[in-house]
Design a protein around this ligand. Structure first.
Ligand SMILES: [Zn+2]
Length: 242
């Protein structure tokens, strides 16, 4: 396993060991400081949602992950931190979804827990790997710290773009999966529905092409990039659960 917290956890919970191993391998590939949803992980890993939820909860207890309480819009699934939601509610008396503009109420089912990298997941595995390459100084200034963060408003816009693109790609993959199985039934051979080009995604999500390419390059877009790979692969598309 890559993270010793994952190895420790697998030792204590042998029944969850295989899911822990899958999650650990996924973390190792990810370079993200973005929001991680249990459901997304379960879909990508084709693992049991309850098991993934338990693993995330336990890893949050160990400090590898940080759990956050979010309010998720029931119409478009855009999440907002519960504390931010509450702050706007206290000030304005109502909160409107930043994406679909509908009023967001605290009704059963809208509260979800999402995860981020926790305190002890300090650097991304990939940056560690880079510093281990022989002959490469470990203290190169451009490697020593994270890139300067975007200002909060830009960060929020970026997060919204990533979220919109993620949902658009998921919806494409679901259609592509149906299409593949339909073709298989009709002709005996499954066919991959062409993956939309980035500029098509931009049009569908009403984003500029620049915002789309910046979103794909963002550190928080690990899941988006995984979905991009899935959409370009017939086998992965047919196995997609979500
Ligand atoms: Zn909404």
């Amino acid at each position: 396993m890559y993270f010793k917290e994952c190895a420790n956890l697998a030792e204590r919970h042998p029944g969850l060991a295989s899911v822990i191993q899958q999650v650990d391998a996924q973390f190792q590939e990810m370079e993200t400081d973005g929001v991680m949803r249990v459901g997304d992980f379960a879909d990508i890993l084709r693992a049991d949602r309850n098991q993934v939820a338990s693993v995330f909860e336990l890893l949050a207890e160990s400090g590898l992950l940080l759990a956050e309480e979010m309010v998720e819009c029931p119409h478009c699934t855009t999440p907002v931190l519960r504390s931010d939601y509450q702050a706007v509610l206290d000030e304005d008396g109502e909160y409107f979804c930043t994406d679909c503009q509908r009023r967001l109420r605290l009704v059963p089912g809208v509260l979800i827990t999402t995860y981020r990298r926790g305190e002890i997941w300090k650097e991304t595995p990939r940056s560690k790997e880079i510093s281990r390459i022989p002959g490469m100084s470990e203290t190169r200034p451009e490697q020593s710290g994270p890139r300067p963060p975007l200002p909060p408003r830009k960060r929020a816009l970026r997060a919204t773009a990533i979220d919109l693109l993620t949902r658009e790609l998921k919806s494409h993959i679901r259609s592509a999966k149906d299409h593949a199985f339909e073709c298989q039934k009709r002709t005996g051979t499954p066919e991959l529905l062409p993956r939309p080009k980035r500029k098509d995604l931009a049009r569908r999500c009403k984003l500029s092409e620049t915002r789309v390419s910046n979103a794909f390059r963002d550190k928080a877009a690990a899941m988006l990039n995984i979905l991009w790979d899935v959409a370009g692969d017939l086998d992965k598309t047919m196995k997609f659960k979500g």
